[in-house]
Design a protein around this ligand. Structure first.
Ligand SMILES: [Fe+2]
Length: 261
């Protein structure tokens, strides 16, 4: 499915990666001292105020914090104004039924896929009920493989909430992805996967793993301290990432810290 402007010929695809906004029904709701509604608004204002323009948004989970439909309404209202297709997946703090009800139609696409230029973007669900860690079910792995198999796109971007690899942070790695190795193996087997992006870890990460680049973007609100064995906050500001998917299969990215938030 294609949304927004259609690329007639192969072209760079620009992805605005936003993750873990943790909104509340109350606009004044705060996550460990950061008012998450204001932080997301400031991130979006930074995007709007600059020249760089995205073709689509990847929103990789933890949209809300308080299990409320109202928080999803805020999410819808803030992000709709971008005028872009918004691919979203649930995070462990999301409530799938509320999320699907609140974001049922374009510009929001829940766990969908899209071909843009010579890239295929596949969004997968990595959440398990009632726990912070995740796993990708066999059904979901098979769905990913079948979407890739039925596309002629040369390159694939996979979006999910949980990290496919350990982060080197003891506490975070107890709430990571149980079957990250299996996911990586299946992405390898699918051959054309060049990049996987995720949230959950509220910090920046960027490694290559057997030819697949794996990138985390910090939250649009509060950050965690990288490589910390115990839970610890990082005082870095809200952030987002610009991702340029090149026709060659490479990706260039730019991490933006929004310091005025
Ligand atoms: Fe989160």
């Amino acid at each position: 499915m294609r949304f927004g402007h259609i690329h007639g010929s192969a072209d760079t695809v620009r992805v605005l990666h936003l993750t873990d906004p943790h909104l509340f029904a109350a606009k004044a709701g705060d996550l460990r001292g950061t008012v998450t509604y204001d932080a997301l608004r400031q991130v979006l204002a930074h995007y709007e105020a600059n020249d760089w323009r995205a073709d689509l948004v990847a929103l990789t989970g933890d949209l809300i914090q308080d299990d409320s439909a109202g928080a999803y309404e805020h999410c819808r209202e803030l992000l709709s104004s971008l005028g872009l297709p918004i691919h979203c997946v649930p995070g462990n703090h999301d409530v799938r039924s509320l999320m699907r009800d609140a974001l049922p139609e374009p510009p929001f696409i829940y766990c969908g896929s899209a071909e843009v230029s010579n890239w295929l973007i596949v969004n997968i669900d990595s959440c398990s009920a009632d726990r912070a860690g995740g796993s990708v079910t066999e059904d979901e792995l098979a769905r990913m493989e079948s979407i890739i198999a039925s596309s002629n796109a040369e390159h694939v971007l996979v979006c999910l909430h949980h990290p496919p690899v350990p982060m080197g942070s003891a506490w975070l790695d107890t709430v990571g992805l149980d079957n990250g190795n299996e996911l990586l193996k299946r992405m390898q087997t699918a051959r054309r996967v060049r990049l996987a992006i995720f949230g959950h870890v509220h910090q920046a990460y960027d490694v290559a793993h057997d030819g697949i680049r794996i990138i985390a973007t910090p939250s649009t609100c509060r950050q965690f301290l990288p490589r910390s064995d115990d839970f610890a906050l990082d005082d870095r500001p809200p952030a987002y990432r610009r991702i340029m998917l090149q026709t060659s299969g490479e990706a260039d990215t730019e991490l933006i810290w929004v310091n005025d938030a």
